[in-house]
Design a protein around this ligand. Structure first.
Ligand code: BGC
Length: 444
């Protein structure tokens, strides 16, 4: 068996990381717009005010995607471009921008995959308590309804939320990402519940109102633990570790989010750890949270613990961000996630930060990224060959962009962006990926 005929070979980006135009055409401010103005949060005090100027250059960018032969492009919507205050009045210019982008993609033969929320939370709603506010899931549902009414005549693939693990942990627990806060467990648990309800209400709204039969998922981080060997007991240990968590890492874990969303209950571990801090069990709410999904998305970069919980990866090859190269994580995550959640998988992100620059010959040579991708895609292929259902692979990222707290210093793109001139250059890896797509992964 190899990659299915209509396998979605794609690439991804997110609104705040690429669009720029942060105050144009009626857009409201989000928490990244506001808090990156305070020095000290982001490397070199950079921000996404201009980013890749994708807002103005999307036609050129889609043409490059077409040149690479992408079958799909995973984009996210900027909530405040569409609804400047987060609730209430809709901004027609924001809708018009995404209509134009979606139309451009479809005309290029590229399937748009829409992520409803990739971290650029409306500042106006943050001032009303954000995810702590009991109405937060209703705000999210109303926002989703606007997107569904506007785009679902053309958009089929929907993802509710990108990496709840990361925006809650880094944004509200560790204070590394906007809004750069540090909340106690009780608040984080309340936020979790509201995020889960927001997800559930969004799924309900998509299913009820989409004009074309929707294909719905979400895009959590998904790395599982790679077993130390193929011995059954090592595999079992890795499987268990992949869905376990403790008081320190629970918001970053798979099962904290995945179990309620797919299995319809919080992991028993959550009650063991937090007892009364957990929401009272409410079957109606859990049913809302766990409506049927069509796929489980997984953003996968590296096996968190190497082979065992707590193992460090000394001496392991590492990317520019010092993230270890652990290609087997693809196979094992697809396998373990599918076993537990019984859904088709989509790799919604994977890629690496490299040392990429335009060489004297005018090209961008990134052999490390090609090597990385070959290894990680072979690992996906192994899963597919074993009959595990994998429906797509989205490379992170289509182009270099604003890498959150690390600013523009880290380059994940298939396309190099010169931020001074906004000149785009396809990296060697983009040409390589084009041939992988053309061959449907046959020669990996
Ligand atoms: C996020 C992206 C980010 C990427 C690389 C993921 O956590 O969804 O927005 O740029 O990883 O750090």
């Amino acid at each position: 068996m190899s990659f299915q005929k209509d396998f979605l070979w794609g690439a991804a980006a997110a609104s705040y990381q690429v669009e720029g135009a942060y105050q144009e055409d009626g857009k409201g401010l989000n928490i990244w717009d506001v808090y990156t103005r305070e020095p000290g949060h982001v490397a070199f005090n950079e921000n996404g005010d201009v980013a890749c100027d994708h807002y103005h250059r999307f036609k050129e960018d889609v043409a490059l995607m077409k040149q690479i032969g992408l079958k799909a492009y995973r984009l996210s919507i900027s909530w405040t471009r569409v609804i400047p205050n987060g609730t209430g009045e809709v901004n027609p210019a924001g809708i018009a921008f995404y209509n134009a982008l979606i139309d451009e993609l479809l005309a290029a033969g590229i399937e748009p995959l829409v992520t409803i929320f990739h971290w650029d939370y409306p500042y106006a709603l943050h001032c009303r308590g954000g995810w702590l506010n009991p109405a937060s899931s209703d705000w999210f549902e109303a926002y989703t309804r606007v997107l569904v009414d506007s785009f679902s005549d053309r958009v089929r693939y929907w993802m509710t939320i990108n990496e709840p693990q990361v925006f809650i942990t880094d944004g509200y627990k560790n204070g590394n990402f906007a809004p750069f806060m540090k909340h106690p467990d009780g608040d984080l648990i309340r936020m979790t519940h509201n995020v889960l309800l927001a997800h559930g209400k969004a799924v309900r709204t998509i299913r009820a109102h989409a004009k074309r039969t929707p294909i719905v998922g979400f895009a959590p981080t998904g790395p599982c633990v790679v077993p130390a060997s193929n011995a059954p007991e090592d595999i079992e240990r890795a499987r268990a570790a992949s869905f376990d968590f403790n008081r320190n890492n629970y918001t970053s874990s798979n099962a904290w989010w995945g179990d309620p969303i797919v299995l319809g209950h919080y992991s028993p571990r959550a009650y063991e750890l937090f007892g009364d801090l957990m929401p009272k069990e409410n079957p109606e709410e859990m049913a809302l949270i766990s409506q049927k999904l069509d796929f489980y998305g997984a953003n996968i970069y590296w096996s968190m613990q190497g082979g065992e919980l707590g193992t460090t990866l000394t001496g392991c090859p590492k990317s520019n961000l010092a993230w270890p190269l652990t290609p087997d994580v693809m196979y094992w995550s697809i396998r373990f996630l599918h076993e537990r959640y019984q859904l088709p998988l989509m790799i919604t992100e994977n890629g690496m930060a490299g040392h990429d620059w335009v060489a004297l010959d005018g090209k961008v040579h990134d052999p490390d990224r090609i090597d990385y991708l070959t290894r990680y895609l072979r690992s996906c292929k192994r899963a597919v060959e074993e009959g595990l259902p994998l429906i797509g692979y989205m490379h992170w990222s289509i182009m270099d962009n604003f890498e959150w707290a690390r600013g523009y210093d880290q380059r994940f793109g298939l396309i190099h962006v010169d931020y001074g001139t906004q000149k785009r250059t396809l990296k060697d890896s983009a040409y390589w990926y084009a041939s992988v797509i053309a061959e449907n992964g046959e020669n990996l």
